[in-house]
Design a protein around this ligand. Structure first.
Ligand code: NDP
Length: 332
C-alpha cells in the first residue's frame, strides 16, 4: 500500500514513517507541508519521493491508497474530509477534531466513502496493555472494582510548541493525553464513561491551556476510574492499576510510545510478572490498518473509538472549567 503523509510532523518522523515502512509492500510516496522549504527538507531527510504544499496535489496522486494525518489538531477535520472525498483510506491522529460533532462528521464521511478510517490511539496496541486486558477477560482479578491511570509525564522540550500555548491548534494536556487515557480505559473495560468530574491547572508549562488534570469517571457498570495527566512531572513515572475482587494488576511505565514497562498480577497466590509481546505499538497499528484495508478485521482503534475518546476529553475539560460534574456527550 502506498501512503501519503499529511503533515511534516515529529510523530511521523519519530515513529510513523518507520512503522509504515516496516511492512512489506508499504511505501511512503509523498509528504504535505504548508511550507515549501519544510516539505522539501522533510522529504529529503526521510527519503520521500514527493514533497507537496497543496493538499489537492497530494490527494490527486493516483498511486496513494492511504493517508496518515498528523498536522495540528485544528486541521484534522478538513484534511480528513478532503482525503475521504478523494477515496483515500485515512489514519488520523488524535484528537480526531476540535469537537465531537466534527469527529462524527468525519466518521460518517468515511462510512459513505466505503474506506477505512482509523484513529492513531497507540496504547491499546501495546503488548503490555493487551496482556493486562486479557487477565481481566480471563477472570484473574475477579470482579473489577476500580482503575487508576497515571499519565503525568514531562513534555520533552522539542514538543513544547503549540501543545502548551495554542488553544486554537488544540493545545493542552487534555486533548493531548486525556484522549489516550480515555481510549485505554474504554479498551480495558469495554464500556464508555458516562459522567466525569475534573480539576485542571497550569503548573509551569501551560500558557492559556491546562498542563495538568485529574479526573474521576463514572462507568455504567459502577467501576470507579481515576485519571491523571500532566506535562510537568519529570519523575512521576507512568502506569495503570486495575483492582478487582480477587486480584490487582499493576502496570508500570506502560503509558509509553514504546513497548516498555512491567505488568504484575497480585492475587492470594502471590505476585506474578506477566509476559507480553514486544512488537512496536505503531507497527501493530499499521498491521491492523493494512488488514482492515484488505477486508480482514478492523483497525486497532476505529473512527468511533476516536469520537468517544474525544467526547470523554471534552467532558473532562468542561468539568474542569465549570467546576461541576459533566455527562459525556458522545453525539456532539
Ligand atoms: P509537530 O508540532 O511536530 O507537527 C505538527 C505540525 O507543525 C506539522 O504538520 C507542521 O506543519 C508544523 N511544524 C512542524 N515543524 C515546524 C517548524 N519547525 N516550524 C513551523 N511549523 C512546524 O506535532 P506532533 O508530531 O507532535 O503532533 C502532530 C499530531 O500528532 C497531533 O495531532 C498530535 O496530537 C498527534 N500525536 C499523536 C501521538 C500518538 O502517539 N498517537 C504522539 C504525538 C503526536 P506542516 O505540516 O505544515 O509543515
Amino acid at each position: 500500500m502506498q501512503w501519503g503523509l499529511i503533515g511534516a510532523s515529529t510523530i511521523a518522523a519519530e515513529y510513523m514513517i518507520g512503522a509504515i515502512r516496516a511492512h512489506e509492500g508499504n511505501s511512503v510516496d509523498a509528504v504535505l507541508s504548508s511550507s515549501r522549504a519544510r516539505a522539501d527538507a522533510y522529504a529529503a531527510a526521510h527519503d520521500i519521493p514527493n514533497a507537496d504544499t497543496e493538499l489537492s496535489v497530494l490527494l490527486a496522486r493516483p498511486e496513494i491508497d492511504a493517508v496518515y494525518i498528523s498536522t495540528t489538531n485544528e486541521k484534522h477535520r478538513d484534511q480528513a474530509l478532503a482525503a475521504l472525498a478523494a477515496g483515500k483510506h485515512v489514519l488520523c491522529e488524535k484528537p480526531l477534531a476540535m469537537s465531537v460533532a466534527d469527529a462524527r462528521t468525519m466518521v460518517e464521511a468515511a462510512r459513505k466513502a466505503g474506506v477505512v478510517f482509523a484513529t492513531n490511539h497507540h496504547l491499546r496496541c501495546a503488548g503490555a496493555h493487551r496482556a493486562a486486558k486479557a487477565l481481566i477477560a480471563e477472570g484473574r482479578i475477579g470482579k473489577v472494582l476500580s482503575m487508576r491511570v497515571f499519565h503525568a509525564v514531562m513534555l520533552p522540550e522539542h514538543l513544547r510548541g503549540w501543545r502548551i500555548d495554542n488553544p486554537a491548534a488544540g493545545g493542552g494536556v487534555i486533548p493531548d493525553i486525556t484522549v489516550h487515557d480515555a481510549d485505554t480505559v474504554r479498551f480495558y473495560l469495554d464500556e464508555d464513561p458516562r459522567r466525569v468530574v475534573a480539576q485542571a491547572v497550569s503548573s509551569g508549562l501551560g500558557q492559556g491551556v491546562e498542563d495538568s488534570v485529574m479526573s474521576v469517571w463514572t462507568m455504567p457498570s459502577g467501576i470507579m476510574v481515576q485519571s491523571h495527566e500532566s506535562f510537568t512531572h519529570p519523575f512521576a513515572g507512568s502506569g495503570l492499576e486495575v483492582h478487582g475482587s480477587k486480584g490487582s494488576i499493576f502496570a508500570r511505565n506502560v503509558m509509553s510510545q514504546r513497548p516498555t514497562g512491567t505488568v504484575t498480577l497480585v492475587t492470594e497466590a502471590g505476585e506474578t510478572d506477566v509476559p507480553y509481546e514486544s512488537e512496536g505499538l505503531y507497527e501493530y497499528a499499521i498491521t491492523a490498518f493494512n488488514r482492515a484495508v484488505a477486508g480482514e478485521g478492523r483497525p486497532a482503534a476505529n473512527g468511533i473509538d476516536g469520537v468517544k475518546s474525544l467526547a470523554v476529553a471534552m467532558a473532562v475539560r468542561q468539568s474542569a472549567l465549570q467546576g461541576r460534574a459533566v455527562d459525556v456527550n458522545y453525539e456532539g
